[in-house]
Design a protein around this ligand. Structure first.
Ligand code: GLA
Length: 717
């Protein structure tokens, strides 16, 4: 079956991925209408869907849910994906097809472009659909171009709208949160009406993340149909999920929240971010694995790399950094097995607290008399890479930069400049501001041989004005993000070995847009291992462990005051990209020795965590231990992580049934040497030995000893 097929007589388009199909057609009015999104279909079957009789409508109904990009105007009464205002005041768009293109953007990928214009005005709309041979994710976006001679205002320009097939009920899965409790998974019946998930903060936000998963209420972790989509966008965004009384459901999503609009002058073009969608059978677990595989195959810049074990100084030193202290920590971090040493906030300008210095990106001579080079060289000499914290989009009013350029921040002329964390947001939408940031960043990285940047962004927008561009001030919401992307992209080109961590006060800017140009993300400032289990559970619904930085920090935890054993903290952080964030100068010899052993243990299994397939065996919060499993794609090895908060006498201790194993094989426990049959592990499960008491944990590494029998031969190991 070809990947993109067309039935010209019926006007039906069919896009197929390895296991799914997506079909649409151009209807009699010229509008692109949704037909199908689900299991594989033939072109004949897609046409059959197109001929199904539509239910009768009254004069009070409008176009039903099911346009590929619902437009404001006519009889469309649901949430519009495209809302335009023409110079003559007209506020409606009428579709007129003008052509189509089928492209091969890369080997193994195919792209359909459906082209339209407004029936009267020369506003062009192109709907893009891209499919890949190695993924069921379909990428969609929209390009708007004003070829007329009068300006057009885009009041809403979503990337795509998605429609679900009829089901008796629908359920919505998504994440909510706040600073230091990001990505809390919610799974709730989809209410009738419109459910809005959004960020108005200028960043992706800690409070919601731009993805949704919908099912008919019957999907489980391992069974059932799930429809999901994620926006590749790192600024404000909105996804509106709609469920109508006639039994339909769908959603539209794109950049921006309500209010700001985008001017589109004659000759100007606007490309929306990608909205990627996935239909999946096999429940939420399979959906997550598909998203992880897609992120590795199509999104991350260096997906095959093994992320190093990092040490970060933030929780150890706060702002109190200097050359001697950092060198001492670096020596201990290296002895522990760290491979990347990251100096956090406090190294520049007058930065001794959150009150001053942001914007003045030269090392403080009192703390670093010889500049950064002696520390970088020492870290390199210790065999580690050197990483540095930066927050390029921010300025403290108490800084030389602000004293020189008070007009560089987001502001309105007559409004308060509201400070959060004593800082203001630099207007990255201004070319000169973005150029300034690019200039000092590329010099800093190049001059010092910096291997890694932790790119932070520590406050939400407020008074997001741009007085110099009063006529187009709303552009700030999108241009800002594009310029952040642009600076990061240019840095990567200048310094191909540079790796970047996306951080925004923890998980305030975790999304596929940021992931496509960074190497890992900091999911939360909250490093309490128990809280982290829930945060990681929500994070991993969409994003892969390969991107999920996780530190082991000191107890009592700075956020919760809770104390849990070092081993438990390590085992929680082992679920992602392991890092250490404790004050190593205070670790006892016994703790350092135990830590070194656990770092070494992580290095033996991290290829499974970072590149294997994730199976969530028991969610945190469920009665009994939480557990996840990572399996090599070829079934040759697996890692089982188990975390028990508080045992209760008499409660069942469930055997954990493992997934993804080679059915013909036996597996040896790398620690105990015990050999298990895959059938027993799969059907009857394993009960890892947990020490008695609270906060017990285990990491079980199983390695295949009997390869599958091919041609009658069997080898033992
Ligand atoms: C943010 C980050 C922290 C740390 C501090 C430094 O809060 O999320 O990890 O880097 O900034 O000020």
């Amino acid at each position: 079956m070809s990947v993109i097929a067309f039935a010209p007589d019926a006007g039906v388009w069919l896009l197929s991925t390895p296991r799914t199909s997506y079909a649409l057609r151009i209807d009699a009015t010229g509008a692109p209408c949704h037909l199908a999104w689900g299991p594989l279909l033939t072109l004949d079957e897609a046409q059959e869907v197109a001929t199904a009789p539509a239910p009768p409508v009254s004069s009070f109904e409008g176009r039903p849910v099911g346009d590929e990009l619902p437009v404001d105007g006519g009889t469309m009464y649901g949430p519009p994906s495209l809302q335009v205002r023409f110079a003559d005041g007209t506020r409606a768009f009428e579709w007129q097809p003008t052509g189509h293109r089928v492209l091969e953007p890369a080997p193994g990928s195919a792209e359909l472009v459906l082209e339209f214009r407004d029936r009267v005005h020369l506003l062009r709309v192109a709907l893009h659909y891209r499919v890949h041979g190695d993924s069921d994710v379909i990428e969609r976006w929209t390009v708007l171009r004003n070829d007329g001679d009068a300006p057009v205002t885009l009041q809403r320009a979503d990337s795509a709208a998605w429609t679900l097939p009829f089901r008796d009920g629908y359920r919505l899965s998504h994440v909510t949160g706040q600073w230091s409790s990001e990505t809390q998974l919610r799974r709730e019946t989809l209410p009738f009406g419109e459910t809005v998930l959004t960020s108005r903060r200028g960043i992706t936000s800690h409070h919601a993340n731009p993805w949704v998963m919908l099912d008919a209420g019957d999907a489980t972790e391992s069974h059932g149909q799930v429809w999901s989509a994620a926006l590749a966008w790192s600024g404000s965004w909105r996804i509106t999920v709609q469920r109508t009384p006639d039994g339909r459901a769908g959603f539209t999503g794109g950049a921006g929240h309500e209010g700001p609009s985008l001017p589109l002058g004659p000759g100007e073009e606007y490309t929306t971010p990608v909205h990627a969608g996935l239909y999946c059978e096999g429940g939420f677990g399979a959906a997550s694995r598909e998203w992880h595989a897609y992120t590795l195959a199509q999104v991350l810049p260096h997906p095959r790399e093994i992320r190093p074990v990092l040490y970060n100084s933030w929780e150890a030193t706060g702002f109190d950094v200097d050359e001697a202290g950092q060198k001492a920590l670096a020596a201990r971090a290296a002895a522990l097995g760290a491979e990347l040493y990251v100096m956090d906030d406090g190294w520049f300008g007058a930065r001794r607290s959150a009150e001053a210095g942001l914007g003045d990106w030269t090392p403080d001579p009192d703390r670093f008399p010889g500049g950064l080079s002696p520390l970088v060289e020492e870290v390199h000499r210790l065999g580690m890479r050197f990483g540095l914290w930066v927050e390029p989009e921010m300025v403290n009013p108490d800084s030389d930069l602000y004293r020189e350029h008070p007009d560089w921040v987001l502001h309105f002329p007559d409004r308060t400049r509201t400070e959060l964390r004593s800082q203001l947001v630099l207007n990255f939408a201004r070319r000169d501001v973005a150029e300034w940031a690019y200039g000092w960043l590329t010099r800093l990285v190049g001059d010092h041989g910096i291997d890694f940047l932790k790119w932070d962004m520590n406050r939400a927008f407020s008074e997001a004005g741009w007085p110099d561009r009063a006529d187009r001030a709303d552009e700030v919401w999108t241009t800002y993000v594009h310029h952040v992307y642009d600076v990061i992209d240019r840095l990567r080109v200048d310094h191909p070995r540079l790796r970047i961590e996306a951080c925004s006060g923890g998980g305030g800017r975790v999304d596929l847009g940021m992931m496509s140009r960074t190497d890992q993300a900091w999911p939360s400032d909250n490093t309490d291992a128990a809280d982290r289990l829930a945060i990681q559970h929500g994070y991993g619904q969409l994003y892969p462990a390969r991107t999920m930085a996780a530190w082991v920090t000191d107890v009592p935890n700075q956020f919760t005051g809770r104390s849990v054993p070092l081993r438990f903290r390590f085992h929680v952080a082992t679920a992602g990209v392991l890092g250490i964030g404790g004050d190593l100068s205070r670790w006892s010899d016994a703790e350092l020795a135990e830590g070194a052993g656990l770092v070494a243990e992580y290095k033996r299994v991290r290829h499974l965590v970072q590149h294997g397939e994730l199976h969530r065996l028991r969610a945190p919060g469920e009665h009994g231990p939480a557990a996840t499993q990572y399996v090599a794609a070829d079934g040759s090895e697996t890692l089982l992580l188990v975390w028990q908060r508080t045992p209760r006498h008499g409660s069942p201790s469930p055997a954990l049934r493992l997934a993804g194993l080679d059915p013909a094989a036996r597996y040896r426990d790398a620690r105990t040497g015990t050999v298990h049959s895959a059938t027993v592990l799969r059907e009857y499960g394993i009960r890892p030995e947990l020490p008695p008491g609270d906060w017990a944990s285990a990491a079980v590494h199983l390695i295949r000893v009997v390869p599958p029998i091919e041609g009658g031969g069997a080898a033992g190991g």
